[in-house]
Design a protein around this ligand. Sequence first.
Ligand code: ZN
Length: 195
Amino acid sequence: MSLLPRTLRPADGLVRLKELCGMVRLVRGHVGALLLLEDCQMCMCGKPTLNGESGYSWNGERAHVRPVDPPVLEGGDELLYDEPGRCGGVDSHCHHLRVVKSRYDGFKLLVRHGGGDERIDLGCVALDGLAALDSNARYWLLLRLYRVQSNAASRAIEKCDVAWRVAAAEKRIKTRKTSRGVKVWVEDPPSNVGA
Ligand SMILES: [Zn+2]
């Protein structure tokens, strides 16, 4: 099961409605995979509000404090930026973002949302530009970065699913027992050259 944000298509059947921050739905994609769909929804807070500060309201009535809920650091992580969920027209209270420098393999974007934690590789080059931004500008830029990455990953999974389904229908999935287990591979489709 893939828990990645993606755009709803006409062929998607909504199999389950799961409210996570009021902006996430679990759907069955047209290739059969379960996918997490995120809608951009307007926030019900009276003014832009940061998690951990007073002013959050899920229904536009009583305001309270939405708890801060950060993604977990791993051993060797140096925390560079810590940006709790927030709103500013759009509701993003359920996405807490962090940028860390891993002692072992470069910079990472950590995301906690209703589906759990994600850890996204940002490469080994220092992100100097982030320091020049204020907290809000940094948060919305990082969130956009996360969504672009997630959408690309979702599309790659869909393409892979389709490739395996077509291969199965054409009986091109092959298996062979080996001394270390079972080897599985997909044969190339027959060439049309000369047809
Ligand atoms: Zn809000």
